[in-house]
Design a protein around this ligand. Structure first.
Ligand code: CP
Length: 332
């Protein structure tokens, strides 16, 4: 969005995230964040988890700070969990209703951002359907303001990647011993990109990206991953199986995309297809799910599924990220 050369823009974006002391200021992408930082965020998040039925963890590290949720695209999990995470850390949280905001009257995104800055918003959580928007905003905000990417086109969804790897670590331990299979619409999935980049940084044993050829990732978009178009081969011996929905809202021309029955028969994660994976494999899905298309409903609700745990971990990860950028602000 802001540079003639997209590769240079992405490098610049990775560098933009850290301040001069190496502390996290913005979270735009998991690319370029090192293993130590990723592991530290997981460790922090783990401390925000409590048992079901207990009161949720709380803190005061964001007391006096203001977090604004700016979701220019639909969301349930990410928006609700950033809202709860900010409140549980003591922040004032503003959920801007984009559909009734002045953006509908033609106000530019930067004018919206400058307006919120003038109200002393410290952290802006941004979801947008266009690639490059979170980094574009990050380049224009005041030095004390943080931008957190809450889902960017088909490019990046860093907090989802973090909650996914936290869930895997809780169940499976060391990444170097794991075979992870991500199945579905890889090409249009920002979740696949962020989770894959984090797994690569953490030294995952084997990463497989499984899809029909028409939904395969761009060549070399995830270095080291095996791209596979056959579900049986892709799931063979897998420890972790993550299903993804077809991102129809990002596919201009649906020609060549398999119909529901054909897709489920060939790429659906079901009790039957899970027989190819290890017997103790876990089943993941970032949500929202389309039951009966990419995943069998009873499998999603069954004992191998950790899907609701991913949601719980989402609040903890967002608390850990908010707390970390809050500390970076406080250290300025
Ligand atoms: N996984 C995820 O981003 O879900 P939402 O679109 O509901 O936020």
């Amino acid at each position: 969005m802001n540079a003639a050369n997209p590769i240079e823009a992405r490098k610049d974006e990775a560098a933009l995230q850290l301040d001069a002391s190496g502390n996290l200021r913005h979270l735009l992408t998991l690319k370029g964040l090192d293993k130590t930082l990723l592991t530290d965020i997981l460790d922090d998040a783990q401390q925000y988890l409590t048992e079901p039925g207990e009161l949720p963890a709380r803190g005061k590290s964001l007391a006096g700070r203001t977090v604004a949720n700016l979701f220019f695209e639909a969301s349930t999990r990410t928006r609700a969990s950033f809202d709860l995470a900010g409140k549980r850390l003591g922040a004032d949280v503003l959920n801007l209703d984009v559909n009734t905001s002045s953006r509908k009257k033609g106000e530019s995104i930067l004018d919206t951002i400058y307006t919120l800055e003038a109200m002393h918003v410290d952290i802006m959580v941004v979801r947008d359907a266009s690639a490059g928007v979170p980094a574009f905003i990050a380049r224009h905000v005041l030095p004390h303001v943080s931008i957190l990417n809450a889902g960017e086109s088909d490019v990046s969804h860093p907090t989802q990647g973090l909650l996914d790897i936290l869930t895997m670590r809780q169940h499976k331990g060391a990444f170097k011993d794991l075979t992870v299979a991500i199945v579905g619409d890889i090409r249009h999935s920002r979740v696949a990109m962020s989770t894959s980049h984090a797994l690569s940084t953490l030294g995952v044993g084997e990463l497989r990206l499984i899809s029909p050829p028409v939904l395969a990732p761009e060549p070399d978009s995830v270095p080291g991953a095996r791209v596979i178009d056959n579900l049986k081969d892709g799931l063979a011996g897998a420890d972790v199986v993550m299903a993804l929905r077809i991102q129809r809202e990002r596919i201009g021309n649906l020609d060549g995309i398999p119909g529901i029955d054909e897709y489920f028969a060939n790429y659906g994660i079901s009790h039957e297809s899970m027989k190819f994976a290890r017997p103790d494999a876990i089943v993941m899905h970032p949500g929202p799910m389309n039951r009966g298309i990419e995943i069998e409903g009873s499998l999603a609700d069954g004992p191998q599924s950790v899907i609701t745990q991913q949601v719980t971990n989402g609040v903890a990860i967002r608390m850990a990220v908010l707390d970390r950028v809050g500390k970076t602000m406080a250290a300025r």
